[in-house]
Design a protein around this ligand. Structure first.
Ligand code: HMG
Length: 387
């Protein structure tokens, strides 16, 4: 029985900062950001978008096509949690009127958490063949104003439906994992921004890629040329490009060209949005599917990395007719119609986003009609509304 991705919803907030504007404001050569880091824009979440509202928006995109009778599991992956106890998924469940009988919880291991959710969901469907699982990854990446990490921020969410006989990607059996307790990136409870050892994190990412990619090929008896494309966790696109260069080392011209072209297509959304932590790998997959030209049966590799650190490599095959399940025009419009912030405006929004919400507060949203947003807090209970 094939199990895999049957729906993918994507959301990113309606504001961005242009990398040339940011470079000028920080007295940096714009090419450092555009080429050295590989980013064009970064999404900015104002106070009306948090992990929950973005997760609701990504899921709402495909909800009308879900058979709710079959839905048995909802997992929310985030490192931008809004509560130390209660799962973000319960807010999603209420907003979207999902059935009360589903099992639901939140899960964490930095950017790896959506892959953890995917594997749990796959096992769930394997054990309950006629049931489906919904998994959401949603985050706001915050490093701080004028820090080295600032250019690698972003905000957004991906939501996926996992079921048997999937319409988009059928996951293949097998995976290779690697974990170590290291301090490359983390966010202690008393800090609103991440602590990061940037150059060390870059080296560990590549070490973990080497520890999972070649062993995966050996275990599955595959060649690099067996892949139509490989998608990477993209904290910034140059990071994935460094892993891509390792993958294509010593390959024939045709393989190098195919994997390189498809890498650029997989990085297209990330260049516009930035790091969305848990969902970044899956935004790369969506970007390749919506901007590329894959054929039924093409194999895609998935490299998932979460700081701390945990990595996994696995694969899936594109399903015939997958194009009909995608919404490239909607996503192109969402990215195109965003508001370009001046750096001063972005700094104000960023600083406001670090403050804890008071017990009672009300927000209005400037998002498009139909968008879910954080409308404030009442007695420390977050309120979500639809515009
Ligand atoms: P930095 O120190 O400002 O940058 O920080 P740099 O000096 O290393 O330069 C970056 C690149 O720009 C270099 O290229 C330069 O040569 C180039 P590279 O050597 O890497 O190929 N450059 C130029 N290129 C063209 N024209 C120029 C120019 N000047 C320089 N004029 C750093 C960069 C990524 C370290 C920083 O932004 C950072 O700390 N970011 C956050 C950490 C991060 O994203 N780490 C990635 C791996 S960890 C991960 O993926 C997990 C994560 O997503 C969290 C999670 O799991 O939850 C982060």
């Amino acid at each position: 029985m094939d199990i895999g991705i049957d729906q993918i919803g994507f959301y990113t907030p309606n504001k961005f900062v242009d990398m040339v504007d940011l470079a000028n404001a920080r007295n940096q050569d714009p090419n450092k950001f555009l080429i050295g880091i590989g980013q064009d824009r970064m999404a900015v979440a104002d106070k009306t978008q948090d992990a929950v509202s973005m997760g609701i928006n990504a899921t709402a995109e495909y909800l009308d096509q879900v058979d709710l009778e079959q839905l048995g599991l909802l997992i929310f992956a985030t490192e931008s949690g809004i509560d130390q106890s209660k799962s973000a998924s319960l807010f999603v469940k209420e907003a979207l009127n999902l059935p009360a009988r589903i099992r639901t919880f939140e899960i964490k291991e930095a950017c790896f958490a959506l892959t953890a959710s995917l594997q749990v969901a796959r096992d769930y469907v394997r054990a309950h063949p006629h049931h489906s699982a919904m998994i959401i990854g949603s985050d706001i990446a915050r490093y701080g104003l004028a820090t080295a990490g600032e250019v690698t921020q972003g905000a957004g969410a991906i939501s996926m439906l996992i079921k048997e006989n999937p319409a988009i990607i059928a996951l293949e059996e097998g995976h290779t994992s690697h974990s170590e307790n290291i301090n490359d990136f983390w966010r202690p409870n008393n800090l609103a921004t991440a602590v990061v050892d940037g150059h060390y994190s870059r080296d560990v990412y590549l070490d973990f890629f080497k520890s999972t990619f070649k062993p995966f090929l050996a275990e599955k008896q595959l060649q690099v040329s067996d892949f139509a494309g490989i998608c990477y966790h993209l904290p910034y696109t140059k990071m994935g490009y460094k892993a891509h260069k390792i993958a294509i080392e010593g390959q024939d011209d045709e393989t190098v060209k195919r994997l390189s072209d498809n890498f650029q297509l997989s990085a297209k959304y990330s260049r516009q949005v930035g790091n969305i932590y848990t969902a970044s790998l899956y935004m790369s997959v969506l970007s390749l599917l919506e901007n590329g030209d894959l054929e039924a049966g093409d194999r895609i590799g998935f490299f998932s990395y979460g700081s701390g650190a945990m990595a996994e490599f696995f694969s899936g095959k594109v399903v015939a007719g997958y194009q009909k399940r995608l919404r490239p025009a909607l996503h192109a419009r969402m990215l195109k119609e965003r508001i370009r912030l001046g750096v001063g405006q972005y700094e104000d929004i960023f600083t406001e986003g670090l403050e804890a919400l008071p017990e009672n507060v009300e927000f209005t949203s400037d998002a498009n009609h139909g968008t879910w947003y954080l409308a404030g807090q009442e007695g420390y209970v977050r309120q979500y509304k639809q515009k």
